[in-house]
Design a protein. Structure first.
Ligand SMILES: *Cc1c(COP(=O)(O)O)cnc(C)c1O
Length: 377
């Protein structure tokens, strides 16, 4: 059997292990420590725009804290991109609030500005002012941030940017994760850089970041004994994970280049197959980290997305359909949805190809050949 080719696997650089050893040598084995502070500084420096960062146990935890700090409570409504991973929407439910799902546009596969506007106006007409808007940069592709921010500002609704898949991407030269009132990052094992598991909350409002650190460490008031006036969480990142994260920050730019090279390889080598389409950057304002290389398969030529996925699975190559939209998920069946079918069409035709920054040339060739074979039959 051929060795397995993964969709997106961890890719360590040279300093991660050294940093972890240093944490052991100094016995900083705790959900705080010098690497946590250092990782937060590294991220803030990388993102620019004067942002502050709180390193947390996951991207989901970061999103949960963001909603708490925006005052999202039981009975509230929060607008969320429908086409995304469930972690974008679950924290809305943690707060007892209702997600209102908005469809994607074909241009970026992210939240449609037109449908966002429709959704806000309709919710307001029903007497419900949305408490927040969660916009996602799928697979690293920037959403249309100018248009989305303008709509959000007009209605004075705060935007939470889910940049879990988009560290290293930019919109108009500005890093994703710096546009929202708050933004979240993820360092889960399959993301562009990883701490094995982890996340971060980002904001240029330092008060949010200080409050996030407070809430993430069980909301302990300043007192010699354990004193609490708020419900707290255990959401802080460990110093060991942050040690890995600091090493990963040293290689982040390389990882973006390697992922973008995967995309260019697939696009150029598959150009001869008209049934396979790619999601291009709409213009030079959009710069994607190409976390995952994705394709749309036009099955009118006799080969479907599932044909390709199953053929590659037989070759021990992992691929995956695009995110199944949240408005199609049984768990969110009762939530309001504003859409025109775009995300359903994308889900139907879309496939994520192996995209690890550690893929060898031989592995990419194997993927290419397996796809070409589907069309040769
Ligand atoms: C990975 C991911 C998250 C969640 O991050 P975790 O660190 O796994 O909790 C949230 N949103 C999107 C779009 C993601 O891809």
């Amino acid at each position: 059997m051929n060795t397995k080719i993964w969709l997106s696997s961890p890719h360590m650089g040279t300093n991660e292990f050294k940093n972890v050893n240093e944490a052991f040598d100094t016995n900083w084995i705790a959900p705080l420590g010098p690497h946590v502070d250092g990782f937060e500084r590294d991220l803030a420096e990388f993102l620019g725009e004067g942002v502050h960062v709180a390193a947390l146990s996951s991207g989901t935890a970061a999103l949960h804290l963001a909603l708490i700090m925006l005052g999202v409570q039981a009975g509230d409504e929060v607008i969320c991109q429908s086409m995304t991973f469930s972690a974008s929407a679950n924290p809305i439910a943690y707060q007892g609030a209702t997600p209102v799902f908005v469809d994607s546009e074909a241009l970026t596969w992210n939240m449609s500005p037109e449908l966002l506007e429709t959704a806000i106006e309709d919710r307001i007409s029903k007497g419900k002012m949305p408490k927040a808007i969660i916009v996602v940069h799928l697979y690293g592709m920037p959403a249309e941030m100018d248009r989305i921010m303008a709509i959000a500002d007009r209605f004075a609704i705060p935007v939470v940017e889910d940049a879990a898949e988009a560290l290293g991407s930019t919109y108009k030269g500005r890093k994703l994760g710096t546009f929202g009132a708050m933004s979240i990052l993820s360092f889960n094992g399959n993301k562009i850089i990883t701490t094995s598991g982890g996340g971060a909350l980002v904001s240029n409002n330092e008060a949010y970041i200080k409050q996030a650190r407070f809430l993430a460490t069980q909301a302990r008031d300043a007192a010699p004994h354990y004193q609490h006036s708020h419900i707290g969480y255990n959401y802080r990142m460990s110093n060991i994970c942050a040690a890995i994260g600091r090493g990963q920050m040293d290689v982040l730019s390389d990882r973006v280049q390697q992922r973008r090279a995967n995309y260019t390889f697939y696009r150029e080598e598959l150009a001869t197959i008209p049934a396979i389409q790619f999601a291009e950057e709409p213009n030079e304002d959009f710069y994607s980290n190409r976390w995952l290389s994705t394709v749309l398969v036009d099955n009118t030529q006799g080969v479907s997305r599932e044909d390709i996925r199953l053929a590659l699975e037989r070759e021990n190559i992992e691929t995956r359909p695009l995110w199944k939209p949240m408005h199609l998920q049984p768990v969110f069946a009762d939530s309001p949805y504003y859409g025109d079918g775009t995300s359903e069409r994308l889900f139907d035709k879309g496939l994520c190809l192996p995209s690890g920054s550690n893929m060898s040339d031989e592995e990419r060739e194997r993927v290419l050949q397996a796809i070409k074979d589907c069309f040769a039959r």
